[in-house]
Design a protein around this ligand. Structure first.
Ligand code: EPZ
Length: 424
């Protein structure tokens, strides 16, 4: 079992390149199922979820190669197997993203239900509802989604609630549907827009992505080409918060500031000085952060994927604050771990109340999900003493080389392999 040992406190200082977005790369890699000519995807982040997606696509018959910069060269996306098995889908819920493109291109797809995870039940009812409205026959049997169609037919459809991967699945399926599809109440996240930009560069006809109404005119097939994934706004926000918590300074290179507007607003309220250019964000923090209460929301609101990190910041900020989670029903597993480090924090349903303390104290804690593990790393870097974080496979799923990046920025982190404790 691997864990991270963090010696705090350290001050974050320096510049860092932001990696490609995990939540863009995953749908875009799935979308290559629709392409009939070779495709090159650049700026794919080096992380576990990407290798899991590539394993799934390879298992379905796709052939590709990867160079040392992790550019993915899809030589032939013709699938020989139209199934996503449970043992791969259980590793990564985003595997459900192969459902839409596989069904659209082949008229059949069998995908394991993703099941819940630490942050919630995470159903996919909306994905299935809309696929049926596009003419698919969808059954759920033995834990698998089985979808069939002679041909998807474009329609005017509406999600009952915003869903990022739901929007992405339907966007991909509608590309090959007969006629026009209009999606209402679509998710507006930048990763949805990035997927649409990729699909349009392969010959799709999509308008309105990034807004809540998206129009797709179906085409007979998609071609191929090269595409570069957008930078990861959640990695960017996480590193900015690290600099704020340690009263340091940081320059993010290769990021997109307008994807971070809500995050930058919170950090300015916390007392950070921030300058932006087209592809950089520079932040300087020369005081203890002020507490900032936040409510998570869909884009362009404060992202749920930064909620845990903002709680870690408020835990050592001046004053009291609250953080309300409106997207997932159980995304507070990090709260009890932060309390082990001395955070004064209470949870009441989907609201956390925090009284900032001068400093957290290093302790042994456990990562429970991807973003919670990031929050614990930030807490460990700012805390007095040594923090040991167990189950860090969560962090490896979603942050490319985060340990190396933070060490380069001044943190003291080492990765240890330990035997699981033996209790008699
Ligand atoms: C995407 O998950 C992201 N993952 C998540 O990032 C992110 O937290 C989430 O969007 C919200 O922004 C990827 O893009 C791979 P949703 P997704 O469908 O699409 C409910 C990370 O840390 N819902 O937008 O699965 C659902 O239960 C991950 O990188 C339904 O009820 O999230 C949740 O409460 C974590 N029925 C809410 O909607 C459905 O059919 C939003 O879920 C679909 C969703």
């Amino acid at each position: 079992m691997q864990n991270l040992l963090i010696q705090g406190p350290s001050q974050i200082a320096g510049s860092v390149y932001i990696s490609g977005s995990k939540n863009s790369a995953l749908p875009i890699l799935s979308a290559t199922i629709l392409c009939t000519s070779p495709v090159v995807i650049q700026k794919v982040p080096h992380l576990k979820d990407v290798t899991t997606m590539l394993s799934l696509l390879s298992n379905m018959g796709m052939t590709f190669s990867i160079d040392h910069e992790l550019n993915v060269f899809v030589e032939n996306s013709t699938l020989s197997k139209l199934e996503a098995p449970y043992d791969l889908v259980k590793q990564m819920r985003a595997s459900v993203l192969v459902l839409g493109p596989t069904l659209a291109r082949y008229g059949y797809a069998k995908v394991s239900l993703p099941g819940g995870c630490a942050i919630g039940t995470r159903p996919v009812d909306q994905h299935l509802k809309i696929l049926c409205e596009l003419g698919a026959e969808v059954k759920v049997e033995d834990g698998y989604i089985v979808a069939t169609t002679k041909k998807l037919i474009g329609a005017e459809v509406k999600f009952d609630r915003e869903t990022v991967t739901g929007t992405e699945n339907i966007l991909m399926a509608a590309c090959l549907a007969q006629g026009k599809t209009v999606i209402h109440n679509a998710a507006c996240e930048p990763e949805v827009k990035d997927l649409a930009d990729f699909l349009n560069s392969m010959g799709a006809k999509i308008q309105g992505a990034g807004t809540s109404t998206i129009e797709i005119v179906g085409v007979s097939e998609l071609g191929g080409g090269a595409y570069s994934v957008i930078p990861d706004r959640i990695e960017a926000g996480t590193l900015l918060i690290a600099a704020v918590m340690t009263q340091g300074q940081i320059k993010l290179i290769d990021c997109i500031p307008e994807h971070l507007t809500s995050c930058l607003e919170v950090l300015k309220q916390a007392g950070a000085q921030i300058e932006t250019s087209d592809h950089t964000v520079s932040l300087k923090m020369d005081r203890r952060p002020k507490s900032v209460s936040i409510v998570t929301d869909v884009y362009p609101g404060i992202p749920t994927d930064l909620q845990a990190q903002f709680i870690a910041m408020n835990a050592i900020a001046e004053g009291a604050s609250y953080v309300e989670e409106t997207i997932f029903e159980n995304r507070f597993m990090h709260v009890s771990e932060l309390a082990r480090m001395g955070a004064q924090i209470t949870l009441n349903r989907n609201v956390v109340h925090i009284q900032g303390v001068d400093s957290l104290i290093g302790a042994r804690v456990m990562a429970t999900d991807l973003r919670a593990s990031a929050a614990l790393i930030l807490a460990g870097i700012s805390a007095q003493g040594v923090t040991s974080i167990d189950r860090i496979y969560h962090i490896d799923r979603g942050y490319a080389n985060i340990q190396e990046k933070l060490i380069k920025l001044g943190a003291s982190i080492e990765r240890k392999t330990s035997k699981p404790p033996h209790y008699v």
